[in-house]
Design a protein around this ligand. Sequence first.
Ligand code: FES
Length: 76
Amino acid sequence: MFRLRNSGLRAVAAICPPRGGLLADGFIDSQQVICPPHNHAFRLINGQCTTGAPSVRAYPMHAEDGELTLRLDTPQ
Ligand code: FES
């Protein structure tokens, strides 16, 4: 899960498909996370890889009354 500077929330699968890198260790901006080992980039909104690797799952999430809700049954 990532909280963006504009307070938006994004959630993607934790493991990078090519070789199992941890996306939580990646570098993010407002639109993508870059996995450190091989620099594949994944869109935070839908998990699509923009550098040729398989995509990761992305999950809708929101915050309400101090609680985070993550929907695992409806990947984006
Ligand atoms: S393990 Fe993520 S880019 Fe290689």
